[in-house]
Write a protein that binds this ligand. Structure first.
Ligand code: 3H9
Length: 665
């Protein structure tokens, strides 16, 4: 008789300590029941399972209690045949459980992966030892290093599963026998013969590609180490993962497994993993808004964008990518031409890269329409304004839009600093008004700040969060305050960088120190990328801003040193190149300005001191934002800085970093 064991622990069937105990007991019962000859493990709630419950690591991870490892060891010892029947997501410890079974089958919609690296961990229930034995070892290594899922179809190609089965699993709980019959009858060794036999992955040998010689192993391992960041810069888990896979190549299974367990248990307590787990939970908190009454989100079926500049075009591409038809209103025919070209170029690039088929690219391109007339937006469910960052201009846009766009539709501004309420007041629908602050390039950057005006309704906010998910953005709620969360902090961050330059530290050195800290880009390189004029314009409107009081912005603006776009900013750029070249002129300019203002020179600071001053300013600003209620939680700020400003994820974001630093002070 076949016994079906269903993982059923809503929402995602996570294998917590407690739930693992229950499953272990079911498996032991099956083991002790002589009438049971085979066991099918499957999942309920539309998932196989998301793996081990990440909450368990937050407490004291105690592998001596019952974990998925015990379940797997029991399966491994059993003489009965185990089949993993996967429908939906099978991740982490759950896929490791499937790897310990004798057969694996999955429905076409299933996704399988070992994403532990994204939490700063490695697979810790045999995954690093079994996967390289089951599928080509280099594929196994890459799959675990990237932490990405594979489709059922790809899993079959790789040999990770034995068969893709149709939708039989969907009805598994109603017809438990059906699954094993279906899978068993279709996964026989040779069609139509005999019952399933044991086939333990742990007893297989790592299969090197036919061309590889014995010496290929050390080469593969050495190359892998070279391909990941250094241990101290976010690469800790990756290096440990490679060590564990090396053990799979070189050691007998039990010894390799012991090494994996040890490395995993070490990583659970490591600083990068704590930081990445903090971000995992922070990201899932984002849409939980305390005190907000529940509201049914509206469906956004069509969208409009006012302004066909870089930002408007990027926003339109984002909608097209999500399957939402979008109309760009742009009065300038030249600009329409440029926008069309950007869209065409971007989709062609995707086709060249093999990310989109020609047909799909064409379809997406066709879903972006252009018009010179606001009336084309009358039937849109949402219209986003992406015109010049100036209050008068924006008010004029909303003054025209509001009477034209159908009642009930949402109006949004893509402003990065301006007052949402002032714009909403122009319209007769302040409840359906909010800020949707995309980051440039809008079709690439994952961050979206949702800015809540004083009248923005719960339904409008719920719609924005739902839309963000569809657009594949990470949405963070901000109150309506100057610069919202990200840019307000960015001004403090850059002000401190400028202060250091005024004290005689070359901008290029400051950037190097910040990159060493882990920032994706230094502050001066960011100035040059965004355009000095952008900051200069913001400063004109906010003379109270400390950054606005530093004379350097005025001087650069006067000299038309606007950054990459003019070939000169805080760096020099060769014609057509984005490579920043250190520029002594800038250092002289800083020296002159400092002399005039009587700023004491102190160029001999260490890299650590540079980072600690700049990050310190960032943290102070974050604390202020929390006090003012602009951000809901420290974790929200962390997410903004990770996804919008290139803060290193392995440090958990500025607020988490400061909390950790305090804890260890
Ligand atoms: C591991 O397995 C270690 C082993 O190798 C070794 C052990 C010895 N734990 O994302 P969603 C919650 S490490 C706890 O909004 P979706 C999530 O917090 C683990 N909770 O939905 C949320 O809760 P709430 C390796 C989890 O449909 C709810 O489920 N596994 C876990 O967009 C819905 O989540 C991973 O890293 C979990 N493992 O996406 C998997 N997973 O409603 C990480 C989810 O209270 N998870 N929750 O806010 C995912 O990738 C996605 O959540 C998933 C669903 C694709 C499953």
């Amino acid at each position: 008789m076949n016994k079906v064991i269903t993982l059923d622990n809503p929402p995602v069937n996570a294998l917590s300590f407690k739930y693992s105990e229950k499953i272990l007991k079911e498996i032991e019962d099956a083991e002790n029941d002589p009438s049971v000859t085979s066991v099918t493990v499957t999942g309920a709630n539309g998932f196989f399972s998301a793996g081990v419950d990440v909450n368990d690591f937050q407490k004291d991870w105690d592998p001596s209690g019952t974990t998925v490892r015990d379940i797997i060891e029991t399966i491994e010892r059993s003489d009965k045949v185990f089949v993993a029947a996967i429908d939906g997501v099978a991740l982490g410890g759950a896929l490791e459980l499937a790897l310990a079974c004798d057969r694996r089958v999955a429905t076409p919609r299933s996704k399988l992966g070992l994403p532990e690296i994204k939490l700063g961990l490695i697979p810790g229930a045999g995954g690093t030892q079994r996967l390289p034995r089951l599928i080509p070892p280099q594929e196994a290594l890459q799959m675990m290093l990237k932490g990405e899922t594979v489709s059922a179809e790809r899993a079959l190609e790789l040999g990770l599963i034995d068969e893709v089965i149709p939708d039989v699993m969907v009805s598994v709980s109603n017809h438990p026998e059906h699954v094993i019959l279906s899978s068993a009858s279709s996964v026989r060794e040779s069609k139509g013969e005999g019952p399933l036999k044991k086939r333990r992955v742990s007893e297989m040998r790592v299969q090197l590609p036919a061309t590889a010689q014995a010496f290929a192993l050390p080469y593969i391992i050495a190359e892998a180490h070279k391909s990941v960041p250094p241990e101290e810069n976010g690469g800790l888990a990756a290096h440990k993962l490679i060590d564990a896979v090396q053990a799979a190549f070189e050691l007998p299974f039990p010894r390799g497994l012991a090494r994996e367990y040890r490395l995993f248990d070490e990583l659970v307590a490591s600083a990068p993993s704590l930081a990445l787990r903090h971000l995992f939970f922070a990201e899932r908190e984002l849409s939980k808004i305390p005190g907000l009454p529940p509201a049914e989100p509206l469906e956004i079926k069509t969208a409009g964008v006012v302004g066909g500049g870089t930002m408007g075009t990027g926003i339109a591409i984002t909608f097209a990518n999500a399957g939402i038809p979008v109309t760009i209103v742009e009065p300038n025919a030249d600009q329409i031409g440029k926008s069309r070209q950007t869209i065409f170029g971007m989709f062609m690039h995707q086709v060249k890269r093999g990310r989109l088929t020609q047909e799909e690219a064409w379809k997406r391109g066709q879903s972006i329409a252009f018009s010179e007339d606001y009336a084309a937006l009358a039937d849109c469910d949402l219209v986003i304004e992406a015109v010049f960052e100036n209050m008068a201009v924006k008010k004029e846009v909303f003054g025209k839009l509001d009477p034209l766009v159908k009642p009930g539709a949402i109006l949004a501004s893509n402003t990065s600093t301006l007052d949402i309420d002032e714009m909403a007041a122009i319209t007769k629908r302040p409840e359906q008004f909010l800020g949707l602050h995309f980051f440039a390039p809008a079709n690439i950057m994952k961050l979206l700040e949702i800015v809540r005006g004083k009248a923005t309704s719960a339904q409008t906010l719920a719609t924005a969060f739902k839309l963000a998910k569809k657009l594949r953005k990470v949405a963070v709620l901000s109150a309506n305050a100057f610069g919202f969360i990200g840019n307000r902090m960015f001004f403090e961050y850059t002000r401190e960088a400028v202060a250091l330059a005024e004290e005689g530290v070359p901008p290029a050195r400051i950037d190097v120190a910040m990159k060493k800290f882990g920032m994706a880009m230094g502050p001066f390189a960011t100035f040059d990328l965004s355009g000095i004029d952008v900051f200069w314009h913001v400063a004109q409107g906010r003379p109270d801003l400390e950054l606005a009081r530093t004379p350097i912005l005025d001087r650069l603006y006067e000299q038309e040193r606007l950054g990459q776009k003019t070939g000169k900013g805080f760096y020099k750029y060769a014609e057509g190149s984005r490579e920043a070249i250190r520029d002594k002129e800038i250092e002289q300019l800083f020296a002159e300005l400092a002399k005039k203002a009587g700023v004491k020179q102190n160029p001999d600071v260490s890299d650590e001191e540079i980072a600690s001053r700049i990050i310190g300013a960032l943290i102070m600003s974050g604390e202020e934002i929390l006090r003012d209620g602009v951000a809901l939680r420290p974790g929200d700020i962390d997410i903004v800085w990770i996804y919008g400003y290139g803060f290193p994820p392995y440090r958990g974001g500025p607020m988490f970093y400061s909390q950790e630093a305090l804890a260890h002070a």
